[in-house]
Structures are given as structure tokens and as C-alpha cells.
Design a protein around this ligand. Structure first.
Ligand code: UD1
Length: 419
């Protein structure tokens, strides 16, 4: 069994480069199905979710050429089936984007119910609501989703819940629909803007992405022959920012969009850390134990749920008692059980957790339960005294490019070993 063996504590110091955003990449790749031609996508994070997305595209008939480890050319001229391989689509959550893209491209698709991190109930009713508003018929039976539409027509879609996935899926299905679609109560995450920018570069007419009303004027065709670079990863940047604070270190985090990091910056300052915004890089340092804080996760521009576990490590080490309210997912505190093994004092009750700060953590054998929990456990291992073994690496490999190398470069004593 593979594990990460970390010996701490380490004060992280130095520079780290942020990769392209996982959550943008896993939506942009399916979006290439809407193009009747070739496009090149660069700054893709080299992670297993991206490789899986590429395998799904290939199974549908797209031709993919890897130009280098972060750049691909996709030729979607010959999409020759509407059935996505179930053994691939059930492996991760973002496979639901195949539905919107294939409805747009072929007017039909069959996929499995999406897999992905177990963070509580993950319904797709808002996705289906969007497709149906545009004229599709969707059935969900025995773990399979079948969607079809003779013709997609623009319509108004009011999202009952702010959903990243449902917003992007509605955009994907609307791009080639006849007429105008208005998505109301849309999510505003940076990757929504990035997917809209990608589609617009290919000839789509999407306005308002990044606000809560998105207007999509259907176009007849998306043209290929264009290149696009994926936006830097907000969550990876935030992970390193919080790692700087937890280790009382000093990091220059390069290749990020600091505007996307404002909610994290605000909380870091509140707990006594320092942040210097340089536009395309952010300098974060801390010279003393963090102060306690109260956090509530919210859709963008609020504090992201995907940084909640990493913030949990900071608050485990803070002076006094802190509270995290998780408002997006109903089961996102499994990682606290692992931090408790390392000496943290956490009382998690439903969607709220109380952190009574301790002055240090101790190395232990810990098991990742999901992607962001893995990142939190790695940070905890780096700041803990002694040896930590982090297991279940398939989670971290889904979403962070070269994580141990990046942490090693800033001083961590971390290696991947096969037990
Ligand atoms: C995306 C991210 C995930 C992040 C989440 C919230 C990707 C691939 N994943 O997930 O990392 O944690 O945004 O920022 O981008 N909901 C419904 N019905 C629906 C859809 C969602 O009730 O049809 C609920 C969910 O249960 C959840 C909330 O809406 O409580 C937000 O979910 P959503 O924004 O859709 O998350 P994902 O797009 O799945």
C-alpha cells in the first residue's frame, strides 16, 4: 500500500507554483465535445481526474494528443457514440458535465450517476431542472442517467440552490440551443467564469458569468482552431496559504489570481497571519500561534468549503476555541477523526465543529476520506511532531499535481513509500 511518510515539524519557507484549476479543467474538457473541430488546452493540472476526463472523451470518439504533461489537443470532429463508459463516469463527480455537453452536441447521452468524494448527499436535481427547462427528457434509473432532446431551446432557469455543477451544466447545454437562456441564482465560482471564457473563445455568446445572472445566446456552431489556458487553482493556492499559517512559515505562492483568494486572506489576517497581495502572487507568513476564529463555508465569494479541512488544521492549533459551520455539505467533518488521532481536540456535531486549540499535533497513522481531507492531513503531518503516515493516496492524486514535490521544495520532509 502506498502512503506519504512525513516527518515534522517543519516551518515551510520558499516559493511554490500553483497549477491549473482542477474544477475548471474537469468542466472545460467535456466542453470540448461541443466543438466541431480541434482545440488546444494548456495549464491543465497533471492529476488523475484530468486523465479520467480525457479517457471519457476518447471513449466518445474524441482524439487527444498530449503536447506536454499540461497541454493537450482535442479533436472532437468525430463523436461517434452517446454512451459514456460507466466504469469511468462513476469514478468522479465531474462526469456529470458529459450530460450537458453531449446534450448540446448530440441531443442524447447515457452516463452513470456520478461518483466522487463522499461529502454527504450529492443530488443532481438542479442539473436535471436545467436540462428539462431547455427541452430535454431526463430519466434516472438503476444508477443510469439517460438524457435526450430532439431540439434544445433557450429558456429561463431559476436555480433553487446555488450549485456550481448545475450552473456549468446549464451553460453547456444552452450554448448550442436555439434562442436565449437566462440562468438565475447562478453560482459565481472562478471556474464558472473560466468555462464561460473558454466557450466564448470558441465562439459561444455567454454574458454575466461571475454574477448571479448568466445569459447564454445560443449559436449555431462552436469553431475549433483555438487555444485556451486554464485558470490557476484557487483551492490549491488556498491550501498553501493555510499551510504557511499552520506551520508559522513564510511562502510566496506564485501563479495565482489573488482576487479569488480574498475570503481566505481575510480569515488569515483574522487569525493573526500576514498577507501581501502582489497581483499574480501572494506572500503569506505567520510568526506566532494562530488566534481562534469562526468560519462559515459559503458559495463564492464566501469562504470555500473545499478549504474547510485545511482551515480545520489551522484552528486545531489556534489559541482558544474556534467554530466551523459547514453550510454546503452535510458530511464534511470525517477528517476531524483523523486529526483527533494526532492530538487535536475537536467536537464535530453534524455540520458544525468546535476546535479547542492545542499547542502542537503529534504524528500518527491517518486515512484520507476525500480529496481536501487528504490535503489537510498532509499539512497536519508537516506541522506535527514526529512521523505521520497518510494513507488512501488515490484521493490526493485526483486533485493536486505533484503535491509531495511541491511541499518538499518548501522544506517539508515528505516522501511516497510503498509499504
Ligand atoms: C463543486 C466542486 C466541489 C465543491 C462544490 C462546492 C467540482 C467538480 N466540484 O461540486 O469541489 O465542494 O462545488 O463549492 O467543481 N445541490 C443540490 N442539487 C443539485 C446540485 C447541488 O441540492 O442538483 C446541493 C449540494 O448537495 C450541495 C450544494 O448544492 O449542498 C452545492 O453543490 P454544488 O455547488 O453543485 O457542488 P458540485 O458542483 O457537485
Amino acid at each position: 500500500m502506498e502512503k506519504l511518510l512525513i516527518t515534522g515539524p517543519t516551518t515551510l519557507k520558499g516559493e511554490v507554483e500553483i497549477s491549473g484549476a482542477k474544477n475548471a479543467a474537469v468542466a472545460i474538457l467535456p466542453a470540448t465535445l461541443l466543438i466541431d473541430g480541434v482545440c488546444t488546452i494548456s495549464n491543465l493540472p497533471n492529476i488523475s481526474d484530468v486523465k479520467l476526463s480525457c479517457e471519457i472523451l476518447e471513449a466518445l470518439g474524441a482524439k487527444i494528443t498530449w503536447e506536454d504533461k499540461n497541454t493537450i489537443t482535442v479533436d472532437s470532429t468525430n463523436i461517434n457514440t452517446t454512451i459514456a463508459p460507466l466504469e469511468l463516469t462513476n469514478k468522479f463527480r465531474a462526469s456529470y458535465y458529459i450530460i450537458g455537453a453531449m446534450l448540446g452536441r448530440k441531443g442524447a447521452v447515457q452516463v452513470s450517476m456520478p461518483g466522487g468524494c463522499q461529502l454527504g448527499a450529492r443530488p443532481i436535481d438542479q442539473h436535471i431542472k436545467g436540462f428539462e427547462a431547455l427541452g430535454a427528457t431526463v430519466t434516472v434509473e438503476k444508477g443510469l442517467i439517460n438524457a435526450k432532446a430532439e431540439k434544445l431551446e433557450g429558456n429561463s432557469i431559476y436555480m433553487d440552490i446555488v450549485s456550481v455543477g448545475a450552473t456549468i451544466n446549464a451553460m453547456l447545454a444552452a450554448v448550442l440551443a436555439e434562442g436565449t437562456t437566462v440562468i438565475d441564482n447562478a453560482a459565481k465560482e472562478p471556474h464558472i467564469v473560466d468555462v464561460a471564457n473558454f466557450l466564448n473563445t470558441m465562439g459561444a455568446d455567454i454574458r454575466g458569468a461571475g454574477t448571479d445572472v448568466i445569459k447564454v445566446r445560443g449559436v449555431e456552431k462552436l469553431k475549433g482552431g483555438t487555444s485556451y489556458s486554464v485558470v490557476p487553482d484557487q483551492i490549491e493556492a488556498g491550501t498553501f496559504m493555510l499551510a504557511a499559517v499552520a506551520s508559522q512559515g513564510d511562502l510566496l505562492i506564485k501563479n495565482c489570481i489573488t482576487k479569488h483568494l480574498e475570503s481566505i486572506t481575510a480569515k488569515i489576517i483574522e487569525v493573526g497571519g500576514h498577507v501581501e497581495d502582489n497581483g499574480d502572487s501572494i506572500h503569506v507568513w505567520a510568526d506566532k500561534r494562530p488566534k481562534h476564529a469562526t468560519i462559515k463555508t459559503l458559495p463564492y465569494p464566501g469562504f470555500p468549503t473545499d478549504l474547510q479541512p485545511q482551515m480545520g488544521v489551522v484552528l486545531s492549533l489556534a489559541e482558544g476555541t474556534s467554530i466551523i459551520n459547514e453550510s454546503i455539505w452535510d458530511s464534511r467533518f470525517q477528517y476531524t477523526e483523523e486529526l483527533i488521532k494526532m492530538g487535536a481536540k475537536i467536537n464535530a456535531q453534524g455540520t458544525r465543529a468546535f476546535f479547542e486549540g492545542v499547542d502542537h499535533l503529534e504524528g500518527a497513522h491517518v486515512y484520507s476520506t476525500d480529496l481536501r481531507a487528504s490535503a489537510a492531513l498532509i499539512v497536519a503531518g508537516i506541522v506535527a511532531e514526529g512521523e505521520t503516515s497518510v494513507y488512501n493516496l488515490e484521493h490526493i492524486d485526483r486533485g493536486y499535481e505533484n503535491i509531495e514535490e511541491k511541499f518538499r521544495k518548501i522544506g517539508a520532509n515528505i516522501k511516497r513509500v510503498n509499504e
